[in-house]
Design a protein around this ligand. Structure first.
Ligand code: NAP
Length: 528
């Protein structure tokens, strides 16, 4: 399917009237001349948001089965694009085929997972507290369910051109919640975005849904994104990217006459803690697995293990030596964009030139490529300069040598909020690990043992979130079924006649939902 560079506003595909920009071959840095993508004008932003607001009531009132079938259909249409999607994404991002095929499977898998969640009705969280007329004072009938929050603005992430982009987790969870979505495509993969956007647009037409359920806008500057977040029709924002970008969008959202929540996933160094018995027994193997995790996808994962903590000594030195030889063998890698490569090079230089930091080893160097880098620092120096623990987005990690367990704990206490924290433990380390768990629970959204945080399972029990700056709201996750909660809002119905109640809350439970009635989960008849 030839690309047009057109933005998708409701059912239309048309050239934006803003400035033109081009996709770039990530590997060569050359411009992909055809097509030019034109940024949206402020009038385009207004039209997309107005259509979304107009679509909201019809879309959220769809029966669960119809909304679920729509999500399934988007998944099928993304698969039907076939290799053209993978080839375009490879060109635009420099990510390898296997990674992108896996990401496509994750994207369609999560659309289907949200379809199943919608079919179950569990996310509506139906609760009924029957009237208590005899009580003094009497209580009236109270019923609660959750509804979509309203139109959602989604910012495609550069590092997941499918799974966190146009029809990625933010969009899938918002659509599942019954919210129309206006996507601001990431300029690093506009062609990939157009292909996926057309699939969503076609699914809307096939289902006969209001056109404003989805729009896709382009822009290679900040104007469109800022206008989108400020638009009165938008009720929530999903974002993955830099701390600076996330904070800017949060400030815009907070300054609106009616402020809205911004669910921004921003920065995390994902500390890995090597406890003594594990380090002594299998330090070298841990070092090799750690380097594989740091350099996976050229380090461009939000869950990259950017900080390793251990008590110093002979076992730690063996770990450092093994990690050094593994890093030295890593080829130079292609980064997603020239801007990200530049930010990485600056981050590496900032660490390398810091007087308290030692460069342990670096991988191969090549022009226009990122060099994997490993640094070490004493915990005393890190405690004196917390900037040494800031994210350096790319294949880079800092090893922190602690004097003892207490100092290791203080480094964690000083650290910022994280998406993940990982313990490498043997049985003999359990007491030490148990002592750290309360700190890790306060600091991180996901706590792992004996694994590496890159690799995020999409399922009911996943949390991909964490206290600031990992995310702007540590109560949320952007991966897994719980991601839908960001875009739902509870509504209580007090004393409404049965005929006026939504089906989810009516007497007789016509939708067969699992409901909490009078404090107990109502028995639901299962089909024979
Ligand atoms: P970014 O610069 O934050 O941009 C992400 C999206 O937000 C883009 O669409 C961008 O639009 C928009 N945006 C950024 N600042 C904005 C503002 N002030 N107003 C309105 N819109 C704004 O992230 P990126 O391009 O993906 O990568 C840059 C850096 O972000 C990386 O070097 C890395 O440090 C970090 N990053 C972190 C993660 C993570 O998960 N921790 C993931 C990806 C990137 P424009 O096109 O207008 O710029």
């Amino acid at each position: 399917m030839p690309l047009t560079g057109h933005q998708l506003i409701g059912a239309t595909a048309r050239r934006g009237s803003g400035e033109a920009f081009h996709a770039v071959h990530a590997a060569s840095g050359e411009i992909i001349a055809d097509p030019a993508f034109h940024g949206a004008s402020l009038a385009d932003v207004d039209e997309a948001c107005t259509l979304a607001a107009r679509a909201f009531d019809t879309y959220r009132a769809l029966p669960d089965e119809a909304r679920a079938a729509f999500l399934d259909d988007i998944a099928a249409r993304i698969e039907a694009i076939g290799d053209a999607l993978i080839l375009r994404a490879m060109d635009e991002t420099g990510l390898p085929r296997a990674r992108l095929e896996g990401e496509r499977a994750r994207t369609t898998g999560q659309l289907r997972m949200f379809a199943a969640l919608v079919r179950s009705g569990d996310a509506w969280d139906a609760r009924i507290e029957p009237a208590l007329p005899q009580r003094q004072p009497p209580r009236t009938d109270l019923r609660l369910r959750r509804i979509g929050i309203g139109p959602v603005a989604v910012f495609g992430a550069s590092n997941f051109p499918l799974a966190f982009s146009v029809a990625g987790g933010d969009t899938a969870s918002a659509l599942a919640a019954g919210c129309p979505v206006v996507v601001k495509a990431h300029p690093a993969h506009p062609g990939t975005s157009e292909l996926v956007g057309l699939a969503v647009q076609a699914a809307i037409a096939a289902a006969g849904l209001p056109e404003g359920v989805f729009s896709l806008l382009f822009d290679a500057g900040h104007e469109v994104g800022a206008a989108l977040v400020a638009h009165p029709a938008i009720q929530a924002v999903g974002f993955t990217g830099s701390r600076r970008g996330g904070l800017a969008l949060m400030a815009i959202a907070a300054a609106r006459p009616a402020p809205i929540p911004v669910y921004a996933e921003m920065s995390s160094v994902n500390p890995n803690i090597l406890l003594p018995a594990a380090l002594a027994r299998r330090g070298e193997a841990l070092a090799r697995d750690f380097v594989a995790s740091v350099t996976l996808g050229c380090g461009q994962f939000c869950t990259n293990p950017g900080l390793v903590l251990a008590v110093g000594g002979e076992a730690f030195e063996r770990f450092v030596a093994a990690a050094a030889s593994a890093i030295a063998a890593v080829p130079a890698g292609v980064m997603l964009t020239a801007g990200i490569a530049r930010a990485y090079a600056e981050g590496v230089e900032r660490l390398a030139s810091h007087p308290a930091v030692t460069t342990v080893a670096q991988g191969a160097k090549a022009s226009g490529r990122a060099t994997a880098s490993l640094f070490r620092v004493r915990a005393t120096d890190l405690l004196a300069d917390a900037r040494l623990a800031e994210e350096c987005f790319g294949p880079c990690s800092v090893l922190v040598e602690c004097e003892d367990a207490d100092q290791l704990r203080r480094v964690l206490e000083q650290g910022e909020g994280q998406l993940t924290a990982t313990l490498h433990v043997d049985d003999a380390d359990h007491d030490a690990a148990r002592a750290l768990l309360p700190v890790l629970e306060r600091k991180a959204g996901r706590i792992l043992a004996n694994g590496f945080p890159t690799g995020v399972e999409v399922c009911d029990a996943m949390v991909h979130g964490g206290p600031f700056p990992a995310t702007s709201d540590g109560r949320s996750t952007s991966v897994g079924t719980a991601a839908i909660e960001r875009f739902l809002r509870p509504v209580c119905y007090q004393n409404l006649p049965d005929a006026l109640l939504p089906d989810a809350l009516r007497d007789g439970n016509p939708l067969g939902l699992r409901r909490r009635v009078g404090g107990k989960v109502e028995a639901v008849a299962t089909p024979a």
